[in-house]
Design a protein around this ligand. Structure first.
Ligand code: PAN
Ligand code: ZN
Length: 189
């Protein structure tokens, strides 16, 4: 028996602005929100003295029905770097170890970094049209290495949960820097 939350929902993603409508929740992430994620803390502090830069924003829609839960998130990462390290998402691992995600790069260029607690690592080069399935147990972070916006869509279960602490403590195996204007992956010890 259908209840009032069991009906289809259709959203429209504007190809110019990459903003979808209707959008019930927008979460901006400023430099102060992901301060500890960047290596060069002095560069972070210097920028923060001038401005609390907007690094990316997440537009989010939770699809809850009486029998399921899914979520759609469209993330727009602005171009730039902090002490040479490109703008990136905070990065997280899903709390539940049975929860995957699909990422689809709508525009821009960069990398998807994937890391496991067992020491596996992958850096997937990303450009418009790239789709990656992120299996359960892989931490994920997106880096914008371009000069324009990088926009991607993530689809996941609401019940997946987000563990940011593990990334804040352990970090990813590689960081991505602008070296002579080109992206370089630098292994972290
Ligand atoms: C995405 C991310 C989003 C922002 O929707 O939550 O891109 O990245 P952070 O959550 O790392 O700040 C996702 O992976 N959801 O599970
Ligand atoms: Zn995720």
């Amino acid at each position: 028996m259908l209840t009032e939350i069991d009906f289809p929902i259709t959203l429209a993603l504007d190809p110019e602005s990459d903003i979808f409508d209707p959008c019930p929740q927008v979460t901006p992430r400023y430099l102060s929100d992901l301060k500890m994620m960047f290596k060069d803390q002095q560069a972070v502090d210097e920028i923060l003295k001038e401005e609390n830069r907007l690094i990316y924003e997440i537009r989010y829609y939770p699809f809850r029905t009486s029998k399921s839960d899914m979520a759609l998130a469209v993330t727009r990462i602005f171009p730039g770097n902090i002490g040479g390290e490109y703008h990136m998402t905070k990065g997280h691992k899903h709390e539940r170890d049975d929860q995957p995600e699909v990422y689809y790069c709508v525009k821009g260029e960069g990398f998807l970094l994937l890391d496991t607690l067992e020491g596996e690592f992958q850096a997937i080069p990303w450009r418009a049209g790239t789709i990656t399935h992120i299996p359960p147990m892989w931490a994920h972070r997106v880096i914008n290495t371009g000069t324009d916006l990088l926009v991607f869509i993530g689809v996941f279960h609401l019940s997946a949960g987000h563990d940011y602490e593990i990334v804040a403590q352990k970090g990813f195996s590689y960081r991505v820097y602008a070296v002579d204007g080109k992206p370089a992956l630098i292994r972290q010890t």
